[in-house]
Design a protein. Structure first.
Length: 84
């Protein structure tokens, strides 16, 4: 059985280019509907270079945090066609 962290990684890895999910949606899909802060912490501390964590945003539509800065997250999303 996968840990919550591994389920978060699996879900985030499957977000297609040009699409986004909220931290709350990721938490719900990972089996912890109220664990959206935990999702944010997991993504902030990850070391998987290929994990597209920039595709996870806040429920209010704002960008949220990003390990390499909010501006880089915004640029990546815009490059993928996501309106931010």
């Amino acid at each position: 059985m996968l840990s919550f962290k591994e389920r978060v990684y699996t879900i985030v890895s499957s977000i297609p280019r040009g699409e986004i999910l909220t931290y709350k949606q990721v938490a719900r899909l990972a089996g912890g509907p109220r664990a959206y802060r935990a999702v944010g912490n997991i993504l902030h501390r990850h070391t998987v270079a290929t994990l597209p964590c920039h595709r996870v945003i806040r429920s209010d539509g704002s960008i949220g945090g990003y390990q390499w800065g909010k501006q880089k997250k915004k640029r990546l999303l815009l490059k993928e066609g996501v309106k931010v």
